[in-house]
Ligand binder design. Structure first.
Ligand code: ZN
Length: 473
């Protein structure tokens, strides 16, 4: 079977084919670093991880970009209250994001661009939109003119007439031509200057709106057309609609060929979990309450298909922990078995079938829960075979291969991070390169990110050495 993904744009499961042979360009909306990420966001971030892992298992090279939103209204408010700059205010939360991702074993994206470091790209794109008359300046703010983009609403299957009527209440607050027009740039206020949240632009000093970030940064790292754009379903409207409008109006090219959206995480009452709703649970809360990060990982990606809602509860997390325990126990048992007996041909055939069925489940719109179910069913049978001494060397190898296949996505069985040493060496080389070009901010950030993952760097005469330390926080 070939890989099929549910594309929100077409509303169907379509066969996946990247533009460039065996290379996938993927952009995913990352965290707004105004606080610790809540588990609802973490579900989306681990969904991105599942997509990238399955693409890699399927033989693709993946260039994955995940942005950090380090400027928005909430960050401005909080920095003002704290009497600090936005750069200082977001630091611990950006750091915490990388710590959470490492604790949950999310693979690292190739790029984590930050909005405030790409203001030039945003200013360029906004200038193009003004030139093309897709955008206009109103009292120092810049707005996207939705009437200039007839495709607006196609992704979320939005009724544009309904949008205008529904949004009328807010109309008086803005100098906009149409209430649904959205801000690309916001005029600088005196208070913004004090917290380092204002930049020069040909159309006036100010700061970028949220939506333009993703359009500008995805273009900078991945080009005009993405193979995959993913995000939580709550971002589909207006954020992703706005991204499409900005990018396609500026570039005159298709923005993203496949759109993937993961569903909400619900709280115990079944409502969507969100910070604004007050049901705010972070990874730290859960870990302090005694839950294992890898059980949380299992729960978030394997308990339900990514397009179904899933309800977070202590019972569900305990059940996930039990499944992780059973997988590890089985892997241990197979490893420890000395394969003395003859190989059971029937078991070998079934194991081969299970590996194929697992692969098919993942190829069918990343149905990891189904794949996990298939493997668990086989574990029962394999345990019976182990009891009866029917596992010879061939069966032992193929049972271990089943666990390896599963763990390529789940990543809860293995004890240590494989390839850690190579990755640390790669990051050290990257940091050395940054220092040579006097990009000290970047060099410092790489050191901080490694520290968050429990790796300390030491500069010595022989070069840079690294050692393990207790992770921060
Ligand atoms: Zn985005």
């Amino acid at each position: 079977m070939t890989l099929r993904l549910h594309n929100s744009l077409t509303g169907t499961k379509d066969e996946f084919q990247p533009l460039e042979n065996r290379h996938v360009r993927m952009y995913t909306c990352g965290p707004t670093v105004w606080n610790y990420a809540h588990v609802g966001n973490l579900r989306a971030f681990l969904f991105y991880d599942l997509v990238r892992r399955h693409l890699r298992v399927s033989g693709y090279r993946v260039t994955h970009v995940m942005n950090l939103t380090d400027i928005d209204d909430r960050i401005l408010d909080q920095a003002m209250h704290a009497g600090t700059t936005i750069a200082e205010f977001v630091k611990p939360y950006a750091q915490a994001f990388f710590e959470d991702m490492a604790a949950l074993r999310a693979e690292r994206a190739e790029h984590y661009p930050r909005a405030t470091e790409h203001i030039n790209e945003m200013v360029d794109m906004i200038s193009t939109l003004i030139e093309n008359e897709n955008a206009y300046i109103a009292d120092g703010d810049v707005y996207f003119r939705i009437a200039s983009f007839p495709k607006y609403g196609e992704l979320s299957h939005l009724d544009r007439a309904g949008l205008k009527a529904g949004a009328r209440v807010a109309a008086d607050k803005y100098e906009k031509e149409s209430v649904s027009d959205f801000a690309l740039w916001k005029k600088a206020q005196p208070a913004d200057e004090r917290i380092g949240a204002a930049w020069d632009a040909p159309f006036g000093r100010g700061r970028p709106g949220w939506h333009i970030e993703c359009s500008a940064m995805s273009k900078r790292y991945l080009g005009e057309t993405l193979d995959i754009h993913a995000g939580g379903v709550d971002l589909m409207f207006p954020h992703h609609e706005n991204e499409i409008a900005q990018s396609e109006a500026a570039n005159h090219a298709t923005f993203a060929r496949v759109w993937l959206h993961s569903e909400h995480l619900a709280d115990a009452t079944g409502d969507k979990m969100s910070k604004s709703a007050g049901s705010f649970t972070t990874l730290r809360h859960l870990v302090n309450a005694g839950h294992d990060p890898l059980a949380i990982r299992f729960f978030l990606i394997a308990n339900a298909h990514y397009r179904s809602r899933v309800r977070l509860s202590p019972e569900a997390l305990h059940a996930a922990a039990e499944q992780v325990r059973r997988l590890r126990e089985f892997a241990d048992r197979v490893n420890r078995t000395s394969p003395s007996g003859a190989d059971d041909g029937e078991l070998a055939r079934k194991t081969a079938d299970v590996r194929a069925a697992y692969r098919d489940a993942l190829d069918d719109d990343l149905n990891l829960p189904q794949g996990v179910g298939i493997v668990f069913e086989h574990i029962r049978e394999a345990n019976a075979a182990l009891d009866a001494g029917r596992v010879g060397p061939l069966n032992q190898a193929s049972l271990l291969a089943v666990i390896d296949d599963l763990d390529a996505h789940l990543d809860v069985v293995r004890a240590e991070e494989p390839g850690l040493a190579q990755e640390v060496e790669r990051l050290i080389a990257e940091r050395e390169g940054a220092r040579k070009t006097r990009d000290f901010a970047r060099a410092d950030r790489i050191r901080d990110e490694l520290r968050a993952r429990g790796i300390a760097l030491e500069d010595s005469k022989e070069g840079v050495r690294w050692r393990r330390i207790a992770p921060a926080g």
